[in-house]
Design a protein around this ligand. Structure first.
Ligand SMILES: Nc1ncnc2c1ncn2[C@@H]1O[C@H](COP(=O)(O)OP(=O)(O)OP(=O)(O)O)[C@@H](O)[C@H]1O
Ligand SMILES: [Mg+2]
Length: 152
């Protein structure tokens, strides 16, 4: 898919949120400024989160109330994501909501197979190419939730 601007990335993410179920994990991968936080904002809006979702760079995890709780994690400044994992960053609390993780590749092997990968290519004013990959068949429901349109 392609999105022309940040609003289009947010709109795509909001549409995908309709497919969300408790316990889901969404992995956001893309360079600095790719639009991972924009995607998280849109996803939260789609879940009915009314608080402003900000980049959680200086906290490991922020929690927002919506149709399902949204846990927003940013691993950019985390020196050792595996250590955070061992320290209980991901635990049973997230089972009640959706966990969306920026710089998820830093979790590497610690990420669950059951997840949606969102790969965002491009930065600056360029349109973004957004590729979705379901880690397990259960996550195919997100692929089915992609709106029809020219960017699909
Ligand atoms: N098609 C697009 N999709 C998303 N963002 C876009 C698009 N076009 C331009 N932008 C702009 O790119 C920037 C994306 O910033 P954002 O904070 O979401 O990136 P990020 O991937 O979270 O970066 P970081 O790695 O620093 O957390 C915003 O300023 C946004 O307005
Ligand atoms: Mg960000």
């Amino acid at each position: 898919m392609e999105t022309e601007d940040a609003a289009a990335t947010r709109a795509l993410a909001a549409a995908l949120a309709a497919a969300a179920r408790s316990g889901d994990t969404i992995s956001l991968v893309g360079e600095l400024g790719a639009g991972k936080t924009q995607f998280a904002k849109g996803f939260g809006a789609g879940l009915g989160v009314t608080d402003t979702i900000v980049s959680p760079s200086f906290v490991l995890m922020a929690e927002y109330a919506g149709r399902l709780p949204l846990f927003h994690i940013d691993l950019y400044r985390l020196a050792d994501a595996a250590e955070a994992m061992a320290g209980g960053l991901l635990d049973e609390r997230q089972g009640a909501g959706v966990t969306i993780i920026e710089w998820a590749e830093r979790f590497a092997d610690a990420m669950p197979d059951g997840r949606l990968d969102v790969l965002i290519e491009g930065a600056g004013d360029d349109p973004r190419r957004i590729v979705l990959r379901s880690g397990t068949p259960d996550y195919d429901r997100y692929l089915a939730a992609v709106p029809d349109g020219p960017g699909r």
